[in-house]
Design a protein around this ligand. Structure first.
Ligand code: UD1
Ligand code: MG
Length: 472
């Protein structure tokens, strides 16, 4: 039978030092919210350790918003939202967890995580868990060595167990200790329930400290990690940017280890949700967001922004292009300075050039739109060539209308198509035309005023420095 672990995520804090209105657990970080990282780490740990898991997110400040977000995003788990009415300390928060989650007392183990430590991964949780199991301990706390222990609870090791002394309560000698408490724990539920009964607020902060659950004589141990990076807490905007930087480097290094060629990993922003094949090349100052996927052999030049877009193999996205909810099939070339808006689909070997905007349009393979055009609400057949300065006039102020162009047609430069309108296959539309009537397959359409040329008449119009000097 699989054991059951309850995960208490302490998320009731005000997060005053962040200086923003938004509740700290909901602060955005690389496409997710702070609280999501703790939930994901615990959830992937539980499945790798073969444990049945249930979550209790202890909420307080902006509790409805935190609950709404977690319910919408983490649908795979049973989650409760116990409320801590007053911020009376971390032990009080855990009491609220047990009081508010009717299932929590029945679990065999209780893991405690904070909502503001987004760099913790399942790896650290697995290591902590192995120590607890292998050494038959009743509780473990993750600790680390730091040059600057200020503000952290110090780990005071005893012969058997250990104690955690908070900064405000520490003696001068204890303040010199450089092994500190990360705030991440696993307890046998029975032990922590017993300990919580006795924790008081008799200390310099007047708070109920969860750290008092550890006793020098107990069957408990700190587990000292070699790097402090995974435990970085986000309490201020500076720490938020440090967390972002570290998460970015870690994500990029993982991709590099699999064979993704990221030229400058410090200046490439790839959200953890993005999927990249080995053999993809990413130039600097590129931003890849959300559910973007890029297949092998594709190249993303500098300064591109891709959101929720699917890029097939051997595609080049040239510099400074912006793609959102777009699908690009293999061997296409897009940009520089192209904008693919939601609903754009490019078939194989399409060419979309500079200053081209495409929206909700399906371009079949080998379509070329090379310069300065707007293609919106359109279906373009295979092998169509669209000249420079083409515009679909898709909006009449009320509704959007469709433009259709059949395969193998040639559309001259500076043409406008007033939708709804349809051009057949192998048709030719002459440059400078405004098309407001359908053109049949193999038809030729021309719609522009006939040119008038008057010899020597320019002098009537050219003034100032352009004036043509009269010969005397
Ligand atoms: C805590 C630890 C300290 C450790 C540090 C690591 C205690 C007493 N101290 O201190 O040993 O080194 O974390 O970062 O636990 N929270 C609530 N309700 C409360 C109080 C806090 O939900 O009443 C939540 C906060 O939102 C936060 C977490 O608990 O997510 C930690 O609280 P915080 O006040 O940041 O504790 P520290 O002073 O940092
Ligand atoms: Mg803290």
């Amino acid at each position: 039978m699989t054991d059951k672990i309850g995960v208490a995520i302490l998320a009731a804090g005000l997060g005053k030092r962040m200086g923003v209105e938004i509740a700290k657990p909901l602060i955005p970080l690389m496409g997710a919210k702070l609280v999501d990282y703790s939930i994901d780490a615990a959830s992937s740990f539980a499945s790798s350790a073969n444990l049945e898991v249930q979550f209790g997110i202890v909420v307080g400040h902006q509790k409805e918003a935190v609950e709404t977000h977690v319910k919408a995003k983490h649908t795979a788990h049973k989650t409760s939202f116990p409320v801590q009415k007053e911020q009376k300390g971390t032990a009080d928060a855990l009491r609220s967890y047990f009081d508010g989650c009717d299932w929590a007392k029945e679990t065999k183990y209780t893991m405690v995580l904070c909502a503001d430590t987004p760099l913790i991964t399942s790896k650290e949780l697995e290591e902590l868990w192995s120590e607890l199991k292998n050494k038959n301990l009743s509780a473990v706390a993750a600790s680390f060595e730091t040059k600057n222990p200020y503000g952290y609870g110090r780990i005071v090791r005893a012969e058997k167990g250990f104690a955690i002394i908070e900064e405000k309560d520490a003696t001068d000698a204890q303040r010199k200790i450089t092994e500190v408490n990360s705030g991440l724990y696993i307890f046998e539920t029975e032990l922590i329930l017993n300990r919580l009964k006795n924790i008081d607020s008799n200390n310099n902060s007047g708070e109920f400290y969860l750290t008092d659950a550890f006793e020098p004589s107990g069957n408990v141990s700190p587990v000292c990690f070699s790097s402090e990076i995974p435990f970085l807490g986000v309490n201020s905007p500076v720490q938020l940017s440090t967390a972002l930087h570290q998460l970015k480097l870690r994500t990029n290094e993982e991709h590099q280890a699999r064979g993704v060629l990221i030229l400058d990993r410090a200046h490439t922003y790839i959200e953890p949700s993005v999927s990249l094949d080995a053999g993809v090349t990413i130039y600097p100052n590129t931003f890849l967001h959300g559910n973007t996927e890029i297949k092998a052999g594709s190249l993303i030049e500098p300064g591109c922004i891709l959101k929720d877009s699917k890029i097939s193999s051997q595609v080049t996205i040239k510099a400074y292009s912006y793609l959102e909810n777009a699908e690009v099939q293999s061997q296409c070339a897009v940009g520089p300075y192209a904008r693919l808006r939601p609903g754009t689909k490019l078939g194989e070997q399409c060419k979309v050039g500079n200053f081209v905007e495409i929206k909700k349009a399906d371009l079949d393979k080998k379509v070329s739109v090379s310069h300065l055009s707007y293609v919106g609400d359109a279906e373009i057949g295979e092998n169509v060539n669209i000249g420079c300065g083409f515009i679909t006039c898709n909006y009449d102020g009320e509704s959007k209308h469709l433009t259709k162009i059949g395969k193998n047609s040639f559309i001259g430069s500076d043409t406008q198509m007033i939708a709804p309108v349809e051009v057949g296959e192998s048709a030719f539309v002459a440059s400078g035309s405004t098309i407001n009537q359908d053109v049949p397959s193999q038809g030729f359409a021309l719609s522009r005023a006939r040119q008038v040329t008057k010899e020597k008449m320019a002098s009537r119009f050219l003034k100032g420095k352009w004036a043509i000097e009269k010969k005397s």
